[in-house]
Design a protein. Structure first.
Length: 140
């Protein structure tokens, strides 16, 4: 079994849900000879998250943003952690709800995602900055 690990820095993106499948796949060229494996992607931040969902229709990503803004509103007077801006505590909650990692099978040296699946980075801050991911894969 081989193990591969690489840190990937994503460019700053606006608040919302953004496809990053290509950026993950591009960093995995070293495993192109593997027949089978697992890829784990972990985001090293507390105010952004990762998920896998439909990659074809961009309105899905827009609707995710709408839903989470309704479910976890800004300016809740009960938040105590509010000194970093009105979007900060909601971003932490959204990150915990969505999760900070995804795991994808590898088949024949590629991510074995379903036909309509893509990997999203979920940016929950208005100005979150660049985001670091740790991509770890193991297989043979």
């Amino acid at each position: 079994m081989e193990i591969f690990q690489q840190q990937v820095t994503l460019r700053e993106r606006p608040r919302g849900f953004h496809l990053i499948t290509r950026e993950i796949a591009d960093c995995l060229s070293a495993i192109s000879h593997w027949k089978v494996g697992i890829c784990h992607v972990f985001i090293q931040h507390t105010s952004a998250s990762l998920t896998i969902n439909e990659d074809a229709d961009p309105t899905v990503r827009m609707d995710f943003e709408t839903y989470f803004n309704k479910a976890v509103p800004e300016n809740d007077p009960d938040y105590r952690h509010d000194y970093e801006g009105s979007d900060d505590m909601p971003a932490h909650i959204k990150s915990s709800l969505m999760g900070v990692s995804v795991t994808i099978p590898i088949q024949n040296g590629k991510l074995a995602l379903g036909t309509w699946q893509g990997i999203y980075v979920c940016e929950h801050r208005n100005h979150g900055g660049s985001r670091r991911l740790m991509v770890t894969a193991w297989g043979n």
